[in-house]
Design a protein. Sequence first.
Lengths: 578, 95
Amino acid sequence: MKLAGNDILIQSLINEGVEYIFGYPGGAALHIYDAIFKQNKMEHILVRHEQGATHAADGYARATGKPGVVLVTSGPGATNAITGIATAFMDSIPMVVISGQVAKHLIGTDAFQETDMIGISRPIVKHSFTVESAENIPEIVKQAFYIATSGRPGPVVIDVPKDTTAPDKLFEFNYPDEVNIRSYSPPIDPEKNQIERAVEAIIASEKPVIYAGGGAINSNASSELIKLNEILNFPVTNTLMGLGVYPATDERFLGMLGMHGTYQANMAMHNADLIIAIGARFDDRITNTPKLFAPNAKIIHFDVDHSSVSKIIEANIAVFGQVKNSLNEIIKLCELKKEMINTKKISSWKNQIKEWKKSHGLNHDMYLEDSDDSPIMPQAVVQHVYNITEGKAFVTSDVGQHQMFAAQYYHFDEPRKWINSGGLGTMGFGLPSAMGVKLAFPNDEVVCITGEGSIQMCIQELSTCTQYNLPIKIININNEALGMVKQWQDMNYGGRHSESTYQSSLPNFIELVESYGHVGIKIEKNSELKSQLERAFSLKDKLVFVDVYVDPDEHVYPMLVAPNGSLKDMWLDKETKT
Amino acid sequence: MIQRKVSIILENKPGALVRVVGLFHQRGYNIESLHVDPVNDLTKYKYVEKNLNIKLKEGEVSHLIISTTVNDNLLRQILRQINKLIDVLIAEEVK
Ligand SMILES: Cc1ncc(C[n+]2csc(CCOP(=O)(O)OP(=O)(O)O)c2C)c(N)n1
Ligand SMILES: [Mg+2]
């Protein structure tokens, strides 16, 4: 079959099974857009800003495990996509971004809407390609999808000079069945002796903790992790990125660890004699001061990425491979040796953890407050949302206090349900990522828990939600401030709120969302909180924006003491330090 | 800390070299010297073919030598980061 470059590109994507492509047109991409017009296998979602396209594709990828696909034009289209590419890169999310580029003969001439996209995106992509000729497109697309989804996943950029998609030059189209990149072979199966060493360490341990992160979700290893812990019965904590990979309602689950982790999770990590890290990368929001991190712990580290192991914290035993495969191997060996696990010592360790939880664990009953004498607490909002959605919703979030409250109080029992920008911490992620999730799962409840600061960073996507009829529920935890910034200023800058409030410049969110054709609900009283939230969720076919006014002075706790603190050094409330 | 030499065999493709150089800057490693040649005489590189189970052709790959002053841990991290680059076939310390 003979096709032009623009059709070759689109056919290649269709061959990869792409169902949605998120994008925004412009000069350098117009040949490609014409090819989109002529087909009906793949739906294009027209966003309102290229950042929205990348986050929507990212949300789609996180929820489904399939790569998200983005199409933008050259110059400003490409640069607008950068924040979303960096977001996906930091969280290892598979994504393929196609950027239009000026024609080859114009490259380097400062042509209209020319930017060096390959150069700008280099530090935030797993790999990138420039199309030299339409003939190479199938091979490049095949490689791009393979690279984006294999090993440690990540975004891949394909820069497409306009002349390579010209409609008037035809080429033979054959989509390759296989891909082989000789310089790229991510590890798949673990080495046997590392598995044996890991099991020896497990048997020797008296105070073990399993610490699982986003890598375990990327590797689809949730059921393996659950199976492993049916044998081990160890306490489990998850990173912000790992929430849901182990069921939050399981009694062995300690909650999230790290900067705003639970008291029991951080104490367990600090006092452990064995940490089993599974697809987690010991970043600074987890370790606090690396030198003071878990002083008595041996570390077993399961990861697919060599460069993540012993980068911050030296691993005693490194198990390289797809986490899923590695867990399957260790399950077999643990099954044989389970009698040797020191259940007696471990049981007193678990009692210790229970004591920690009892003394300073989170209060999950704040939703019971219904008196109008006290302000609405942001935690209570999340607790109500959890109850109303029966813990089954997809929850996307933005960045700030509301994000931490969502992570602390919505108990995720399944992976891929909690969608947030952990690594880059990108405000503006919540709404567009919810669109990607809703397109992938139209029959599921999709909630965006956001703040009045973050939501305004991609609020234009409310229009996209109208166009494609995406009945997302947006819960705006409105503290009339950049709350997390304000919290740091309260704690570290003598309460000087430098540029973290907006005086009275906030929009009337209700009128704003109504102008897009959505429903707005404003809540200001505890006595109305439950019933109004229930009403929001009862409007099944509508995007509902719930603007909840919460206590503007609330802080997120626990909070690690920094700098120079360890995981046992936490603020527990405004006055109390451990 | 002493000066180490890192030897890198990478695909002779546009943009491959700048990925390696960019990585040094991005990760905060210093480059003290840098030398790059296309590989035309393959006799020295049989071990690459053997390790990766591939057949090289003349001019297909480049050989890059970078020196940098780092400790053992950082050197290991640098090598792992470079090896992760898609266009890199092998990165190792020159002993
Ligand atoms: C794009 C971007 N700019 C700045 C920041 C720094 N930042 C982190 S949290 C925060 C405040 C967020 O305010 P809001 O969305 O209202 O959430 P709140 O903390 O009030 O719940 C800011 C400015 C960021 N994370 N992302
Ligand atoms: Mg706020």
